[in-house]
Design a protein around this ligand. Structure first.
Ligand code: C2E
Ligand code: MG
Ligand code: MG
Ligand code: MG
Length: 284
């Protein structure tokens, strides 16, 4: 049931993930098997042009179809993967799956991109650009149709190494996005030096921007900042039409959120893209 509707178990604290919990080792073994045994599932959430509503792409969001616990949200296992090094295998799996699926969407006549979330730890690995080049070639997806979403935290860990990896990705033609922008501590001076084309305003500012003046101010300033740095600005967490309209008026380039579409199983994407296209051409 959960896999079909996309309902996720969301728990704030799960003792199974506690570093000191004896069950953690068990879960770690299960996660290792999950990655190789096909229990990871990639859902996709669409992104649209803010003014026309045209679909520009979709973001890959991983879930774990756990045999006993049901469909687990990434917050329940990504942190464990990140502290153990399993994140590298998980990222490889999601990248390969997302590029294969993007190939299928493009074959079905949708010129869309795919975005993949890549943890800071993976951005310290010079193998990542090599792997991404190989995968884009294998699946025949133009490199500029892949967006790698990173968070500001990448900047804190090992800035020089991360910058080297980001520069190599940029040289390949891959697009880079800063995810959850506004929640980290990156300095604007550093941001200006990153080869990034896209800023994603964090959902926490977007969802209530119409009720709270301070959040509206943050969104407005971020749109201006991004544009002044030559970046595309994307708002995540758009839950209603009025917020979409307001973002469009502020000059925000793209929107993403439950109002446009929730993350959906891969098998639903082509149908969704087709009906969205039919709907928007009927309206214009
Ligand atoms: P994110 O990349 O910022 O993704 C957006 C999250 O917000 C997703 O949660 C999405 O389902 C949720 N969301 C989207 N629109 C709305 C909305 O309108 N309202 C609300 N309330 N929520 C919305 P999800 O899928 O649980 O993912 C959580 C985080 O897990 C992601 O945040 C990302 O940081 C991480 N993640 C997901 N997949 C991967 C992956 O393959 N690798 C890595 N390293 N991290 C991943
Ligand atoms: Mg993201
Ligand atoms: Mg985000
Ligand atoms: Mg987020």
């Amino acid at each position: 049931y959960a896999a079909k509707t996309g309902h996720l178990r969301q728990v704030a604290y799960d003792p199974r993930l506690d570093q000191h919990n004896p069950h953690r080792l068990g879960l770690l073994g299960q996660l290792r098997r999950a990655i190789t045994g096909g229990e990871l599932v990639v859902f996709y959430q669409p992104k649209a042009d803010a003014s026309s509503g045209a679909i520009l792409g979709a973001e890959a969001l991983v879930r774990w179809q756990h045999p006993e616990h049901g469909l687990l949200a990434p917050n329940e296992f990504i942190p464990l993967a990140e502290t153990t090094g399993l994140i590298r295998q998980l990222t490889s799996y999601v990248l390969a799956t997302a590029l294969r699926d993007c190939r299928a969407w493009r074959d079905a006549g949708h010129d869309v991109s795919v975005a993949v979330n890549v943890s800071a730890r993976c951005l310290l690995d010079l193998e990542l650009p090599v792997e991404i080049q190989r995968l884009t070639e294998e699946h025949e997806v133009p490199t500029d149709r892949l967006i790698v979403e990173i968070t500001e935290s990448v900047i804190m860990s090992d800035p020089n190494r991360a910058l080297e990896v980001l520069n190599r990705l940029h040289a390949l033609g891959v697009r880079l996005a800063i995810d959850d922008f506004g929640t980290g501590y990156s300095s604007l001076a550093y941001l200006k030096n990153l080869p990034v084309q896209e800023l994603k305003v964090d959902r926490s500012f977007v969802t209530h921007m119409r009720e709270r003046e301070s959040e509206l101010a943050i969104v407005r300033s971020t749109v201006d900042l991004g544009h002044n740095l030559g970046m595309h600005v994307v708002a995540e967490g758009v839950e209603d039409a009025a917020t979409w309209q307001e973002l469009s008026a502020l000059g925000c380039d793209e929107i993403q959120g439950y109002f446009l579409g929730r993350p959906m199983p891969a098998g639903d994407v082509i149908g969704w893209l087709g009906s969205h296209r039919a709907l928007s051409s009927a309206q214009s």
